[in-house]
Design a protein around this ligand. Structure first.
Ligand code: AMP
Ligand code: ZN
Length: 476
């Protein structure tokens, strides 16, 4: 498959370096807040990459996606909340796992937390290797990476060396290209901040060292095959990861660098749009999507309608259109279930095969999901006409279904919609809790309250049935 490589600024033929197994690292969520739908645009795009490599190209996969659970922002927010760092970030890890499942992300093979003991130890090791190779200096208890010691520093972001201020330092995790400076690897302990000492003095890691150390520890000998994230990570995060990993190992870090463009928010069609980001305060998360009456499968479909290297403009109008498209697919598949018995259509196999090949070649063309979806809808249109004309029968349906299942192993929309349809509209634990509360209300002869609970559940699509002293529930 062809994949755009940010390092070379070209599309290149991709295959894993060894054993038919892709070794891939994705920078995960910084868990100081619930992930927003901009973050999930990146994670869904990379899930499609993962699915395409596994299910279409047939490669094995070892995919690491970390949780950034210590950095400037997580520390600041946990302090504000008055909670220990690991407890504070643990909540958002839970929320991430829920949202990831709701969006149909395939679970990755390894999802480490930066603050896991083994990872902090690995950070210490990487920093010691950098010290031994002469890439660091210490100042006021912190350890810095001296960018002048690495002649190709800036190769990913294509930095202009003339503009770099040699010797100037930067301590914050995020900064602009114009501020390319010696960056901090290990930050001196500050009062009230958590601290570790993996044999390099007490302190806490800078953001960038975390990913280098976890990737090197968990993915084996570099270079790994793919390193990925959103486009804002190119500088400084990924540039610095390259400097650290290559400075420590003297080997190339990653063969391919894949970056997903931003989700922008456009309140009105045609109005201006801006990047969705927590710092701009313009974020929606999956709960907001549900409150507007949309399901996660609709959002997943919306993401896939735009190539991952183009900006995606999010609006509620676009969500409504995405929902319409998903319904068209679902309705088409439902029609297949009701076809009459008639002889199989002789030219169907070649029509399906052509569509399957076209779909796969669009996916293999740097993940052109938009064009692949186009192929799918052309087929829906053609087959709907055939059904209208009475030309398709039950014996054809199976072949059509099989092809759509193949499409969906990469897209992951239809299976998600099916799972949503099967799940009760109210979480099972909540139903059971409400049944208990209703029983208590009845025992206390508070029949008004008991009735309110029954009606409330009924309005949400759950019917209660009493037999003797037990109550069962079912979906309406
Ligand atoms: P963070 O939690 O800030 O480290 O971000 C997690 C991932 O989301 C990173 O890969 C970011 O590049 C990505 N990301 C952040 N904002 C957006 C956005 N508006 N659209 C797409 N990806 C984003
Ligand atoms: Zn990272």
């Amino acid at each position: 498959m062809r994949l755009y490589n940010t390092l070379t600024r070209r599309e290149e033929e991709f295959a894993p370096a060894a054993d038919g197994q892709v070794r891939m690292y994705t920078c995960g969520l910084t868990v100081y807040a619930r992930g927003h739908i901009g973050n999930f645009r990146t994670f869904v795009a990379l899930d499609v990459l993962r699915r395409a490599l596994r299910h279409q190209e047939g490669y094995g996969m070892r995919h690491v996606m970390n949780f950034t659970d210590v950095d400037d922002r997580t520390i600041l927010e946990s302090q504000k909340a008055g909670l220990p760092l690991r407890e504070y970030t643990g909540r958002y890890i839970e929320a991430f796992l829920e949202d990831a499942a709701a969006l149909g992300l395939e679970p990755v093979e390894v999802s480490p937390r930066a603050t896991d003991d083994e990872n902090v130890a690995a950070m210490g090791e990487t920093i010691r290797a950098l010290e031994a190779n002469g890439h660091t200096y210490r100042s006021d208890g912190s350890i810095y990476f001296k960018i002048a010691t690495l002649p190709d520093y800036g190769k990913l972001a294509r930095l202009d060396h003339a503009g770099m201020k040699s010797g100037a330092r930067i301590d914050s995790d995020k900064y602009e290209k114009e501020d390319a400076r010696d960056f901090v690897l290990w930050k001196a302990t500050q009062p009230g901040e958590p601290a570790w000492d993996p044999g390099i003095g007490p302190g806490r890691p800078g953001w960038h060292i975390e990913c280098s150390a976890m990737a090197l520890r968990l993915l084996g000998e570099p270079p790994i095959d793919i390193h990925a994230g959103g486009i804002d990570l190119i500088f400084p995060h990924h540039e610095n990861e390259i400097a650290q990993s290559e400075g420590a190992t003297r080997k190339p870090f990653s063969r391919f660098w894949v970056h997903v463009e931003h989700l922008m928010i456009e309140e009105e069609p045609g109005a201006g749009s801006e990047k969705m980001s927590k710092s701009l305060g313009n974020v929606y998360n999956l709960q907001d999507i549900a409150e507007r009456g949309f399901r996660a499968s609709t959002l997943r479909y919306l993401y896939l309608g735009v190539h991952y290297r183009k900006q995606l403009k999010f609006s509620w109008t676009a969500m409504a259109q995405a929902e319409e498209a998903v319904r068209r697919l679902v309705d088409f598949l439902a029609r297949l279930e009701a076809l009459p018995v008639r002889p199989a259509r002789p030219d169907l196999a070649s029509r399906l095969e052509a569509a399957g090949t076209a779909f796969a070649s669009h996916i293999a063309d740097d993940l052109n999901t938009a064009a692949a979806i186009g192929v799918m809808f052309d087929l829906v249109r053609a087959l709907n006409s055939s059904i209208d004309a009475g030309e398709l029968g039950a014996s054809d349906a199976e072949a059509v279904r099989t092809l759509f299942e193949r499409f969906d192993r990469v897209l992951g929309v239809l299976s998600l919609r099916r799972a949503e349809d099967e799940r009760p509209p109210v979480p099972v634990e909540e139903i059971e809790r409400l049944i208990g509360a209703r029983r208590d209300a009845r025992l206390a002869r508070n029949f008004a309250e008991a009735d309110r609970i029954r009606k409330d559940l009924d309005a949400r699509g759950i019917v209660l049935e009493d037999t003797g002293s037990t109550t069962r529930w079912k979906r309406k």
